[in-house]
Design a protein around this ligand. Structure first.
Ligand code: Z5A
Ligand code: MG
Length: 222
């Protein structure tokens, strides 16, 4: 007799510059997906995960509570820490996907590449930035919440964390668009209302989930 293999979950990544609405939409998408079936078919994850050992170092760096307001962690090292913070989550991520639950991730390796590359420092070219994350699980789809950085800034002052300056965010947006892979990126207009964008993302996510079936997980950038 034929035994139906349960379909795996879909890996959905949300990316974008600061204040583009990623965290708002990540929470909304998980709630909308679960409401469709009345069961938990989707869960969320975010990077950096500030709760782990690597995450605590990253948090201190971002909030500039690491003892200096200078460069206590150098650019290469912080890039590697962000990548390690993802690498250590892969066992759990794979397990969740293989049990049939979809995962909506707030930022992933694309943020890693875009923010580090935007620093423009010697040796931090796009190829090096990407190589460090090569081999982690490739998302089935990336929703890039595209927004002009002045509109993002108008959603409230950028905060006190490192990187929260409009000129830097502009470089980050350019870097994201440079690495966007048409095969699995959807570039969405993040100036829409929360609800309109949420509806658009739900529709696209359901389409992706239906397409995922039992396609094997793929490694990113390999
Ligand atoms: N970073 C890195 O360098 N390398 C890496 O590998 C990774 C990250 C993974 C921390 O990220 C920093 O780490 C980040 C990148 C770097 N640095 N910066 N800058 P984070 O994810 O912890 O940052 P965050 O502070 O949680 O999120 P965010 O990106 O700043 O915001 P968001 O999640 O995109 O937006 P939001 O919180 O959903 O919404 C922002 C505000 O806008 C809020 O008041 C909402 O109510 C409002 N909003 C949301 N949507 C709308 C719409 N549609 N219309 C109007 N207003 C809206
Ligand atoms: Mg956020």
């Amino acid at each position: 007799t034929l035994v139906a293999t349960p379909r795996r979950g879909t890996l959905i990544v949300i990316e974008g510059v600061d204040r583009s609405g990623k965290s708002t939409q990540a929470a909304s998408l998980v709630a909308r997906l679960n409401a469709l079936s009345g069961a938990v078919t989707a869960v969320s994850m975010r990077f950096p995960d500030r709760t782990t050992q690597t995450g605590k170092l990253i948090d201190a760096y971002l909030t500039q509570k690491d003892g200096t307001d200078g460069d206590s962690i150098d650019d290469r090292t912080i890039h590697l820490l962000f990548a390690a913070n993802r690498a250590e989550a892969m066992v759990q991520l794979r397990k969740t996907l293989m049990t049939g639950t979809s995962v909506v991730v707030d930022r992933y390796a694309f943020s890693g590449v875009a923010y580090t590359h935007a620093k423009g420092a010697a040796g931090l070219d796009i190829e090096w930035c990407m190589a460090v994350d090569a081999g982690i699980i490739r998302p089935d789809v990336v929703f890039f919440l595209d927004i002009p950085t002045d509109v993002a800034a108008s959603r409230g002052e950028f905060g006190q964390e490192r990187y929260e300056r409009q000129d830097f965010q502009e470089k980050v947006r350019t870097a994201f668009l440079d690495i966007a892979d048409k095969a699995y990126w959807k570039i969405l207009d993040a100036r829409q209302s929360k609800d309109a964008l949420g509806e658009e993302m739900l529709h696209l996510a359901v389409t992706e989930i239906l397409k995922t079936e039992n396609k094997p997980l793929q490694p990113l950038w390999q």
